[in-house]
Write a protein that binds this ligand. Structure first.
Ligand code: SF4
Length: 336
């Protein structure tokens, strides 16, 4: 088993509103292993992106990280990212250095008034000792690495002069500037057409193999998960409700929410002439979480008098996978 690189434990992040604190992330435990890909999946609003932003403490007001630890194992002594002062060198080294991050909307994340090259060079110089000339050469190399044609010319282009796919490649280049040990990719292909999406996924897979990076890939696309993941965490309403290896999860999903998500994926040929199953209902307002299991109003297997009253325990199976569900509470070999 690969070594843990990043361990999140009991993470809680909330947003202050006039009606109270919205618990966007409500006690998340996750581990990313060195050189492996962890895919975090779930419907919109389940807390995936806030979890990713909490790792690097990029949650903006009125958001606030309220509890938990984020332990970075890196090369030196492990430390809790959440306990560092804002001006701690280790935090600066993590952001864009040991941990690269790709955001969902490249057009919104790149600075519109600075060339791609200027943005790359600044990040390279923040994390290396390279002078301006050497940093520019490195920037051109990185643009070439991510498959941008004519990188000597494109390095001076502004974001509005590039297509969406090119901008996303430029974002990946910026995230790779300092050879990160972990790349966090927050729905990096959502805004792209399927052809560009396939190219970007190929690129990420190749880069990961070449650089032995760990990747935390946030997506709602189970097809992408099947292609990329080693491990999968399924989130619902701010909690991780199931964790498993990708093969185990697809072959034998344990949590009713995971099963419903998988059933809602169309399969060529199988679904001809019948309605595609959907997860019934909608994600509840996190301000008014249902009592007991928060999935119970939408769950086909809910047990009246139990699921609507008690919070389900996290059940750990013999192979290490987990599910938060009462259905496995008494399973032989599982520990609640
Ligand atoms: Fe469904 Fe109950 Fe399991 Fe929740 S605890 S997923 S309601 S069976």
């Amino acid at each position: 088993m690969a070594q843990p690189l990043l361990e999140i434990s009991g993470l809680r992040t909330g947003f202050e509103t006039h009606d109270g604190t919205v618990p966007a992330v409500d006690g998340v435990d996750l581990t990313v292993h060195a050189g492996k890909t962890l895919c975090v999946v779930g419907e919109s609003g389940c807390g995936k992106s806030v979890t990713a932003r909490s790792i690097l403490r990029l949650v903006e007001e009125p958001g606030r990280i309220e509890a938990g630890t984020v332990t970075w194992h890196g090369d030196d002594e492990p430390f809790d990212v959440l306990s560092l002062d804002h001006d701690d060198e280790r935090l600066q080294k993590l952001r864009g250095g040991d941990i690269g991050m790709i955001f969902q909307e490249p057009a919104a994340s790149l600075l519109p008034l600075r060339s791609i090259g200027a943005q790359l060079i600044e990040t390279i110089r923040n994390h290396t000792d390279l002078d301006k000339k050497a940093a520019r050469e490195r920037a051109i190399d990185l643009l070439q690495l991510v498959g941008i044609p004519k990188p000597h010319e494109r390095v001076d282009a502004y974001p509005f002069q590039l297509s969406g796919g090119m901008c996303q490649r430029a974002m990946i280049a910026i995230a790779l500037c300092a050879d990160p040990s972990l790349l966090i990719a927050d729905e990096p292909t959502t805004a792209l057409d399927v052809t560009t999406q396939a190219r970007i996924l190929d690129l990420m897979r190749n880069l990961q193999e070449r650089h032995h990076m760990a990747v935390m890939f946030i997506t709602h696309d189970l097809g992408v998960v099947a292609e990329l993941a080693d491990e999968v965490a399924v989130m619902y309403l701010g909690r991780v409700v199931e964790r498993a290896g990708v093969e185990e999860l697809f072959a034998d999903p344990k949590h009713p929410y995971t099963r419903a998500l998988l059933e809602s994926v169309p399969v060529l040929g199988r679904d001809r002439g019948r309605d595609l199953p959907t997860v019934p209902g909608t994600v509840p307002n996190p301000l008014h979480r249902p009592k007991g299991c928060s999935f119970h109003p939408r769950c086909r297997d809910a047990i009246a008098g139990r699921c609507d009253i008690d919070e389900p325990p996290e059940v750990v199976f013999d192979d290490g996978r987990t599910a938060e569900c009462v259905l496995y509470d008494d399973r032989e070999g599982a520990q609640a």
